[in-house]
Design a protein around this ligand. Sequence first.
Ligand code: BMA
Length: 308
Amino acid sequence: MANETVFKRYSQNPIITSAAVPDANVIMNSAVVKFKNAYAGVFRVDSQEMVMELHVGFSQDAINWDIQPQRMKLTGKVPKDIPCGMGYDPRITKIGDTYYITWCYYPTPGPSIGLASTKDFKKFTQLSTILLPYNRNAVLFPRKIDGKFALLHRPSDNGHTPFGDIFYATSPDMINWGNHEFVFGRTSGWQMTKVGAGPTPIETKDGWVILYHGVHTTCNGFVYSMGGAILDLDQPWKVKYRTKRYLLAPTELYERVGFVPNVVFPTAAILNEKTNQIDVFYGAADTCVCLASADFGEVVKFIKKNSY
Ligand code: BMA
């Protein structure tokens, strides 16, 4: 296909459309992980009322998904007056035997980041609202760094934010977050306007490999593409490499045409440790979920070779 780098699109894309849930308007930016001997996920389902909801789903092969028709149920510290299971752009990170979900929602007048945990994808416990307005996306690292939980996040504003940079924060207990460090910001070209973290960082001997979205502003609006970076293992706010070329940009019809045109928005990655293949799940045109795959070694090489 045109404009491909090391990532090749799945020939049967999109893998999930609004047909997967009754009354869905779109199903897009969603989080999936390995779970037992199969896969589980939390999906962003925007309803036909144009309300953003989270739904749980399961799959045997990570391609064919059964997504529950009802919203995800949360117990725990769910803010009063917020319909349970509302929100968007979830990420899932496994730490030990627990899966943590971070997502954006509105317990206040502005976008904030919620945190919930589950062990079985049946019972979800909300732990807290971990980042106050205005913040639109956050993803946890899969282990403690220097004795603390860690995440990447992206401060925002209340609208279609015309800026956005990636920050690092830590917590002793998953509830109280601070020690913010700037990681990297917008530069030029496909990432000239804003950047935001995507799937859970992957630990390698070279550092934490991250995939992120970058936004270009055209006379016709924003264009969202995917890039990659490698962050220092012990001090992840130190950027070792970062792609100057994109890894994947809206090119196919399902990426260029949809509810919001020209969007490739990566939110999950599954690395097969036997084959070293990485599968990236991304929202396309704010309409559907797509898959692109690569040899992970080639991704690391690409990031190093095409770095600023
Ligand atoms: C961002 C988020 C994403 C969306 C993207 C493109 O600000 O709202 O959910 O995919 O815009 O519309």
